[in-house]
Design a protein around this ligand. Sequence first.
Ligand SMILES: [Zn+2]
Length: 126
Amino acid sequence: MHELSITESVLEIVLRHANSANAQHVRKIQLVIGDLASIVDDSVQFYWDIISKDTLAEGATLQFRRLPIELLCLDCQNHFQPETDRFDCPRCGSSRLQIISGREFYVESIDVETNLPMSSYQNEQI
Ligand SMILES: [Zn+2]
């Protein structure tokens, strides 16, 4: 995935929710990124500072929460987090694995300034 288009999607989601909450300003955005989603935090931050200019979200803080990779062995049903670069089951050595988590990328929360009570916000996949 390319960080610029990802960052544009984040901005689109953030502005849509900020508008529907009648926000004056967006303070903080929490993003969740799985370790298998090849997204570089610094690149997202770099593009964010450029494309959020002159929007409600200008100057908002981006926070990144990393989710570890979790795998399930299809041979022995072992559920584990792999060591770096070792994608086989530590119990039986099988490489028939299913990815349980690690590919996530979504906006977890948006913190806005508004005169109205904070509207509820659901996770949104990017
Ligand atoms: Zn196994």
